[in-house]
Design a binder for this molecule. Structure first.
Ligand SMILES: [Zn+2]
Ligand SMILES: [Zn+2]
Length: 634
């Protein structure tokens, strides 16, 4: 008998299967035509204008109220500073004691209101809303005295003069010796969310935050002059058994204050027993102490469970959770009790808890008190499909269940916040293809009565900006202020300023990531492995197409800064290829060649200061094995 040797048969079979798979991928993913950037058409404003300064001179004055708020005083100074940067002219600031004149830029509440042909509806604008308009030759920038007027100055600089705060160091300020603005400005902006925050690291910068209207207090604190902030007193999250009821104080003597854990099966110090009356008494005491310790006015106290599944299954907790059909039952009962106990002493304080993992589903019967904030966390979601995608469900992610819970919380909670996820925490340096859902998800939050949003990102972006950290931070900040902004225009403006002439090639790469992620029934959580098909399904020709896009973007870079940014952003693409052994990392190439590509990738991480690769095993190894894929270099 003349049998093929077993090994050869297996090899032949594998080759056949590979050929079929590649054929199918090619059939399903048509080969892209070479990318040709569209001509950039910039339509200049051609309507009537008002000249604010020309040839180094201005007839204008900046007017602020004599007794204006600290942030309105600062707003006038910011305006003066940027107008000087644009035109070279320092326009003087006067108070409204100065006689009224036509050529004024009026900032904030002044005695011009009601007598100079305009009024400002502050009741409707609230603390943060703004209005910008021209009244004859007069320019009016006004809004809430807390920070609305200050936001108004930035909105004026954006809309009328084209300034942008793309990153803390990339601030676009057009130069114009003739500084003109449209003669008929008239717009009003109000926030969609009362609380807007992200921990992408650019957002730690104060000016960036003010300009892009982030107002949380966890990652920056803003003085009264800078408009102040909203947010937390004490811990920000996972406070139970960390900043509140630390086990070192009570666990040895009173293990019954802590969870009879669903996971551990014994009393353990990593969650609380929420039906023990002494637990409640102590938490109220500790929170009262916290509120007495500093300025608590308008603040939020985080009463949030730990990051594990070890909820309490003691008889009392189980009875409540069974009755409520969710572990959020004991949580809402408990947080309501704390909120009730402190509401008379602290009527301006809110008590926040999570609807996270085992508490995601709302209770069937109990309703959060008006002074309770529920922060629903999207940890279970897929981030290549929008949250309201009716088909997005698999073993790890479940947008259908999350969206159902969102709508259920909306019915019972008047201050619903969201904790959303916008990076791949397992692979900070790999592609996270959520550019196609960022806007829609924020719109969904707004349309479901959400009042505050925190977008968690890569909080080590300064040490791992290998995957569009700057772009993502900018888009998120802008979307939290206006979920309905022109997303393409916003992204393209950023890309053009950031990458220079080759920006459209980077944009096309982003379009490819949007088109080819989460296809054919695959999904992507915020912790998915790099080799998972939900990240990308690309044929060899499409991989080559993306390679060409990056090469062209680099070729067109006009200076070192643009080139560096292109190379840094390309690292995420190289990481994906290296993890998946594609293109130059293919194992069909001689061993030493793909090993050298791995080493070159690692060296570029060093060159560009990329040290952190993941939220879980943070630092790249000092001695990686270049015969293994980069997800093993930890
Ligand atoms: Zn219990
Ligand atoms: Zn999905």
């Amino acid at each position: 008998m003349n049998f093929l040797p077993g090994k050869r048969l297996i090899k032949a079979f594998i080759s056949f299967v590979s050929a079929v798979v590649i054929l199918i991928i090619n059939l399903l993913n048509p080969v892209p035509k070479p990318f040709v950037p569209e001509p950039e058409i910039v339509e200049p404003y051609t309507g009537p204008t008002v000249t604010i300064a020309q040839n180094g001179q201005s007839e204008y004055k900046i007017i602020r109220g004599q007794n204006c708020s600290p942030s309105e005083k600062y707003a006038a100074e910011v305006l003066q500073d940027y107008l000087r940067k644009i035109s070279g002219v320092t326009i003087p600031i006067f108070t409204d004691a100065e006689p009224s004149a036509e050529k004024e830029i009026v900032v904030g509440r002044t005695n011009r209101e009601g007598v100079a042909g305009y009024t400002v509806d502050r009741a409707s604008l609230g603390d943060e809303g703004l209005t910008v308009k021209t009244v004859g030759k007069r320019v009016v920038i006004a809004g809430g005295e807390k920070r609305g007027t200050l936001y108004g100055v930035f909105a004026f600089l954006e809309e009328a003069l084209g300034c942008r705060w793309f990153t803390p160091t990339l601030i676009h300020v057009p130069q114009a010796s003739q500084m003109k603005i449209p003669a008929e400005l008239n717009f009003t902006q109000k926030p969609y969310f009362e609380y807007r925050d992200t921990n992408w690291t650019n957002a730690y910068d104060k000016l960036y935050s003010i300009a892009n209207r982030l107002n949380g207090n966890t990652f920056r604190s803003l003085s009264e002059e800078q408009g102040g902030d909203v947010g937390f007193i004490g811990g920000f999250c996972h406070t139970f058994t960390t900043s509140i009821m630390h086990p070192s104080k009570y666990f040895d003597e009173h293990p019954e204050y802590y969870t009879l854990g669903a996971v551990t099966g014994v009393r353990s110090p990593d969650q609380l027993c929420l039906t023990n009356p002494d637990t409640l008494r102590i938490v109220i005491e500790e929170v009262r102490e916290l509120l007495e310790s500093g300025n608590s006015d308008g603040k939020i106290v985080s009463l949030t469970h730990h990051d594990n599944m070890n909820y309490c299954v003691c008889e009392n907790c189980k009875a409540v959770d069974d009755y409520e059909g969710s572990h959020s039952g004991t949580m809402i009962h408990f947080v309501n009790a704390v909120a009730d106990a402190l509401k008379d002493e602290y009527p301006n304080v809110a008590f926040e808890t999570f609807a996270y993992t085992y508490t995601q589903k709302p209770p069937a019967h109990t309703v959060p008190r008006p002074n309770v904030i529920v922060r629903l966390c999207s940890i279970s979601c897929c981030f290549v499909h929008p949250i309201d995608d009716p088909f997005c469900v698999e073993d790890v992610t479940n947008n259908i269940a999350f969206y159902k819970d969102l709508r259920a919380w909306k019915k019972i909670c008047n201050r619903l916040y969201i904790w959303d996820y916008t990076t791949n925490f397992e692979h900070y340096v790999g592609p996270c293809n959520n550019f196609g859902v960022l806007q829609r998800n924020v719109q969904i939050f707004n349309e479901n009565n959400v009042k505050g949003v925190f977008e968690e990102g890569n909080s080590t972006g300064h040490e791992s900006n290998a995957e569009f950290a700057d772009l993502r931070c900018y888009l998120i900040s802008r979307l939290l202020w206006n979920p309905y902004l022109d997303y393409d225009k916003t992204m393209n403006e950023f890309l053009k300023a950031y990458y220079g002439t080759g920006w459209q090639y980077v944009r096309e790469y982003i379009n490819m990531t949007m088109k080819h992620s989460g296809k054919f029934g695959f999904h992507a959580s915020c912790m998915r492995r790099m080799t998972f098909p939900g990240v990308f399904i690309l044929s060899p020709k499409q991989v080559a197409y993306c390679n060409d896009l990056w090469a062209k973007a680099a070729e067109l870079a006009e200076n070192e800064t643009h080139l560096r940014r292109v190379r840094m952003s390309e690292l995420s693409w190289r990481y994906w290829k290296a993890c998946n052994k594609r293109s130059e990392f293919s194992r069909l190439r001689p061993k030493e060649e793909w090993r050298a590509e791995n080493e070159a990738l690692y060296n570029d991480y060093q060159k560009y200061g990329i040290k952190i690769c993941s939220a879980f095993a943070p630092y790249f190894s000092a001695n990686p094995d270049f015969y293994s894929t980069p997800d093993k270099w930890r």
